[in-house]
Design a binder for this molecule. Structure first.
Ligand code: NAP
Length: 259
């Protein structure tokens, strides 16, 4: 389906990044089921075409807008195309991200930089044009996908955790500022979700949920205008409790994860 076809201006427009697989794909389908016109971005055009076809019989629609979020100029260009062809997004879910585990002995600035480039700077590359347009329009909703790893440092996730903590802190800083312009920003803290990203993991993933369940939690939370959307509840409760632990007890626990 080309982006020129089937654009229905009467539908509210959403922009979802990382829409080709996993959580972003499930969120796009959930939004289309609820009647949204979803502008779906990822690098793989094949994934986006398949997604658009799958949405054909839903009440909304999905339009592919391929994009590499690490390219700032491309982000600006794609955002302009979305606004021209589908309309200014009322909702943007900045979800594209990556996760690479590495031990302290394998730590390199290059591998750290790669995760920051995609998870933090890539998200910010998309945030800039959409946030600017929403501020000018005095309305809009933004959802940034972070992770429960943002709560406290976890072994083997020094780069990933740092990248997600940066996003969570950024959202917390922006929330009151954006409210003054009628723009709402939410931070999304998923626990383990079954996706191509976690399919690579060879360790137990407690409380893991399906991407479709995660998508419903995300869209419901955004509709309720919550600041933090965190799930699954049991895992989030335990990790928030861990934030209150004194360092010696926390490190006693995290040492056991790598023993
Ligand atoms: N799964 C979990 O358990 C979990 C838990 C907490 C947080 N999260 C977060 O949730 C988000 C989605 O995770 P997921 O598990 O659904 O991952 P996934 O299955 O690997 O899907 C990631 C999506 O992001 C896209 N993407 C990656 N790099 C990109 C880039 N440079 N430019 C544009 N698109 C890019 C990928 O498509 P292309 O490769 O085609 O570009 C793909 O569509 C991530 O931010 C992740 O950190 C996941």
């Amino acid at each position: 389906m080309s982006t020129e076809q089937n654009v229905n201006d009467r539908r509210s427009v959403a922009w979802v990044t990382g829409a080709g697989k996993g959580i972003g794909r499930a969120v796009s389908l959930e939004l289309a089921r609820r009647g949204w016109c979803v502008c779906a971005s990822a690098r793989s055009i094949d994934d986006l075409e398949r997604l658009a076809n799958e949405a054909q019989y839903l009440s909304g629609q999905i339009l592919p807008f391929p994009l590499d979020i690490t390219d700032r100029e491309e982000c600006d260009r794609v955002f302009r195309r979305i606004s021209d062809q589908a309309g200014l997004p009322e909702l943007a879910i900045l979800n594209a991200g990556t996760y690479v585990r590495f031990a302290a002995a394998e730590f390199t600035a290059t591998s750290f930089e790669r995760q920051i480039a995609i998870n933090v700077l890539g998200t910010v590359n998309c945030l800039e044009p959409v946030m600017r347009a929403m501020i000018a329009a005095r309305s809009g909703r933004l959802g940034v996908v972070s992770s429960v790893t943002a709560y406290r440092g976890l072994p083997l996730a020094s780069a990933y955790g740092a990248s997600k903590a940066a996003l969570s802190n950024m959202c917390e800083a922006l929330r009151p500022e954006l409210e003054r312009f009628g723009v709402l920003i939410s931070v999304i803290h998923p626990g383990f979700v079954r996706t191509p990203l976690t399919d690579k993991n060879d360790f137990p993933m407690p409380f893991i949920i399906e991407a479709e369940t995660a998508a419903k939690r995300i869209v419901d939370g955004l509709e309720r205008r919550n600041f933090e959307i965190a799930f699954p509840r049991g895992f989030v409760f335990l990790l928030k409790l861990a934030r209150l632990l004194p360092d010696p007890i926390y490190f006693w626990l995290t040492r056991r994860l790598i023993s």
